[in-house]
Design a protein around this ligand. Structure first.
Ligand SMILES: Nc1ncnc2c1ncn2[C@@H]1O[C@H](COP(=O)(O)OP(=O)(O)O)[C@@H](O)[C@H]1O
Ligand SMILES: [Mg+2]
Length: 643
């Protein structure tokens, strides 16, 4: 797999980004945690409220239950019950009687009162029930707290009642059977069509003094008061809603409008109501809500009815502050991340740009531009690095140029060495050859002279041959003398020399071709110098001869002397001859270099050797087809001691 390479700025931006994201995550985590805590505390306080409300409801029920129990315990009902039970025992068939009477009871219309019924209503106990229960509370509360109160004997039939009940017999009813078995019963809430009220039935078993079962007293309790308990429960938030449900999931009370005893057991929230109490969050009616619930547990002997009190608040309201905080933190985090990335970007630019500059300069230097320098003015590590780097490059450049100079010098020295060695060998050869040729040439010259003397009137052809012989001998002598000059390059024997005089003397002894003009431009104030006049005369002759030879037809030679400085004079020879090509200029001072058919190529070598023997220099400036300037520069030496 290919490894991804990040540059410094990307790395910096990623690191800063990660730090910012971590910070943001931390902040968000703390918000979520605080929201949880808030949820627990709000849920918890709602739970307490729910418990208190349910306790209030249970107390209310228990209070009424106790009231009826206390009433029964007064013992004033036993006598009537015992009489009634005794009457029933006298009957042939109690069951037949009850059945018949019950049929008669339910056969008449709701409002119709039979004499049998009237007889029950008019009983003292019925009157007492009215006084102490129904009418008493109606007067007191403005409504019937006890909707109906009745008394059955041990066979379950009415023997006293405040209002007409729906049946004559009750021994088949839940409340009656439970009360008989357990001592008392409290029914779940229900809507009583007969009395058109929301009610609960309380049944109390009645025993005689010996503890024998004698009958049951029933009080139908209006649920108004109980519902009120739920109604007045504290509403902590605007969106707080309270629901009071039966254990089976029927609505007893709910904030706002509701259908009494509507079955909500199929709703989502009802599935969550597990155990005794709890807190949970669930969407309801399109809004997320925090629910707290608890079940009624009853009071003392009263076990309670497993009612459920449910309190809900919109999470949006409850967690409003947390939501605002979260949103602010999200916004802040976003800004933080952006700022972090921006800072990283700027920082990386300030770091990376100098590095790139450094890199570019290093590249340029590596390509040979040793004069390049890094332009970084910052005072940080990179700035310091740049300064050190520039110093290093400076030293490198210096040592490189020294090296170059040294190499050039060495090359020059080596060339000089090679040349002088060549010259030495050549000189030896030239010396011995010249020397050996001199004597035979002398004999030839003498022989020619003799022939010329003895022949008084020679034939013209013979005369011509003799002249050629003499001329060629002279040429050979010249060659030999140059060979010997070259071989004999001794150190100069210095005397006082007037260079102007020397030049004029040389020019006067030189045969100048007719078509060539010689101009001497001599500085009269030229000082006398210490030099070897013989050697210098040979130097000047060589140069003048070459110049004349370079102008085969017409031409002009300017000989000029001048003072260059208090310690140096210069003699220059300017011709307008054929000139010397660049290539030939390089080889000019090499021995045996010549472009002439009869040349021997020693003139310039001798010239250079002699001038350098005087610590002078020979300079050359030439252009092909235009002409050549030779300049001999010599030091002004006035006294021998200075040498
Ligand atoms: N003034 C000049 N103008 C043109 N060429 C010159 C001049 N001086 C020297 N040279 C060239 O330099 C060569 C070498 O000269 P030199 O050493 O005197 O040898 P030689 O004269 O025997 O050829 C000449 O052959 C000629 O080509
Ligand atoms: Mg020559």
């Amino acid at each position: 797999m290919k490894k991804i390479r990040f540059n410094i700025s990307t790395k910096l931006m990623i690191s800063f980004g990660i730090i910012a994201i971590l910070l943001a995550a931390l902040a968000l985590y703390s918000v979520i945690e605080s929201q949880k805590t808030l949820e627990e505390s709000v849920g918890g306080s709602s739970l307490i409220l729910a418990k208190m409300t349910l306790i209030g409801i249970d107390k209310e029920i228990y209070h009424r239950l106790e009231e009826v129990q206390k009433y029964v315990n007064r013992g004033h009902l036993q006598k009537t019950l015992l009489e009634s039970n005794a009457d029933f025992e006298k009957l042939d068939s109690i069951e037949e009687f009850i059945k018949q009477k019950d049929q008669e009871w339910t056969a008449v219309l709701r409002d119709e009162i039979t004499p049998f019924m009237q007889n029950i209503f008019n009983k003292d106990i019925s009157q007492m029930f009215r006084r102490e229960f129904t009418e008493f509370y109606e007067k007191k509360y403005g409504y019937k707290l006890f909707v109906q109160v009745l008394l059955t004997n041990r066979y379950g039939v009415n023997i006293a009642e405040t209002e007409k009940s729906s049946n004559y017999r009750h021994d088949d009813q839940e409340w009656w059977k439970k009360a008989k078995d357990n001592g008392f019963s409290v029914s779940d809430i229900y809507h009583d069509e007969y009395y058109n009220a929301n009610c609960m039935k309380i049944g109390i078993k009645i025993d005689d003094e010996k503890g024998n079962f004698v009958g049951v007293m029933k009080a139908v309790l209006s649920a108004e008061e109980i519902i009120k308990e739920a109604e007045i429960a504290l509403k902590e938030y605007e969106t707080t809603k309270i629901k009071l449900l039966t254990g089976e999931g029927r609505v007893i009370y709910a904030t706002g409008t509701f259908n009494f005893l509507e079955d909500v057991s199929g709703k989502d929230f009802f599935q969550k109501l597990q155990g005794e109490s709890g807190v949970f969050i669930l969407p309801e009616e399109g809004r997320e809500k925090l629910f707290s619930y608890t079940r009624s547990k009853g009071l003392r002997t009263f076990e309670g009815l497993q009612w459920i009190l449910l309190i809900s608040h919109d999470t949006r309201e409850v967690f409003n502050s947390a939501f605002i905080l979260r949103n602010n933190i999200l916004l802040f985090s976003l800004i933080l991340i952006l700022i972090a990335i921006l800072v990283a970007f700027l920082l990386s630019r300030s770091i990376v740009n100098p590095i790139i500059q450094l890199q570019n300069t290093v590249l340029e230097i590596s390509q040979g531009h040793l004069d390049r320098r890094v332009k970084i003015s910052s005072k940080d590590e990179i700035g310091q690095l740049a300064t050190v780097f520039n110093k290093m490059t400076g030293k490198l450049q210096e040592s490189y140029s020294n090296l170059k100079k040294e190499i050039a010098e060495r090359k020059e020295i080596q060339e000089q060495l090679v040349r002088s060695e060549k010259l030495a060998v050549l000189g030896q050869l030239a010396g011995s050859v010249g020397h050996e040729l001199r004597n035979p040439l002398g004999s030839i010259k003498n022989a020619a002279y003799f022939l010329n003397m003895v022949l008084e009137k020679p034939e013209p052809e013979v005369k011509e041959t003799l002249e050629i012989l003499e001329k060629e001998v002279a040429t050979s002598e010249h060659i030999i003398s140059s060979l010997l000059d070259f071989a004999r390059s001794k150190p100069p024997t210095k005397r006082k020399v007037d260079l102007n005089d020397l030049l004029q003397e040389i020019l006067s002894h030189t045969t100048i071709p007719e078509k060539i003009k010689v101009i001497s431009n001599l500085d009269k104030s030229l000082p006398v110098i210490l030099a070897d006049p013989d050697q210098l005369s040979q130097v000047f002759k060589n140069i003048i001869l070459n110049a004349l030879q370079s102008m085969p037809e017409t031409g002009q030679l300017v000989v000029k002397s001048e003072i260059l400085s208090p310690v140096q004079v210069a003699i220059s020879f300017t011709d307008n001859g054929v000139g010397i090509s660049k290539k030939n200029q390089e080889k000019l001072f090499e021995p045996l270099f010549t472009t002439k058919a009869k040349g021997i190529g020693l003139g310039m070598v001798i010239t250079k050797t002699l001038v350098e023997g005087h610590r002078g220099t020979v300079e050359l400036k030439s252009e092909e087809g235009k002409g050549t300037i030779f300049t001999v520069k010599l030091p002004i030496q006035k006294k021998k001691e200075e040498d």
